[in-house]
Design a protein around this ligand. Sequence first.
Ligand SMILES: [Zn+2]
Length: 145
Amino acid sequence: MKFASGKETVRVQSALTRHPGGCFAYRFDGPGLRGECSVVFATDNEPPIDPASPLIKLTRGADLLICDGQYTDEEHEKRRGWGHGTPSLCLQEAVIAKAKRILVTHFDPGHADPQLKTMEESLIAEAQGFGLDAAFARQNEQLFL
Ligand SMILES: [Zn+2]
């Protein structure tokens, strides 16, 4: 992540994720292209849907939530507590936290591109119902906020 140099400052906060062995999510608040903006990076995380969780509080109102959508819903049923989410859970997390946009990453190594494309299409369709911008991350993708 690249930050503007000079007198601008970036505020960094963290919260524990839901992942065996522990892991942190980070929130960065700072100057963007159109004023203040915030990004939350929360992978190695099974997204919580409890509004009182520290991670939801960390994510509140974020302009962008980068989240862990490793599993399909069916795979997640068999891997609850493993510390990884699904695109649907990422969406729920974003809706509860009122994040404005989600970018799903931390893909399962067993998922080939066609499956990821299908998973992304259903996420986008689901997210439209909440008026939320959603996508899967791409290799070497750059975002300008
Ligand atoms: Zn992990």
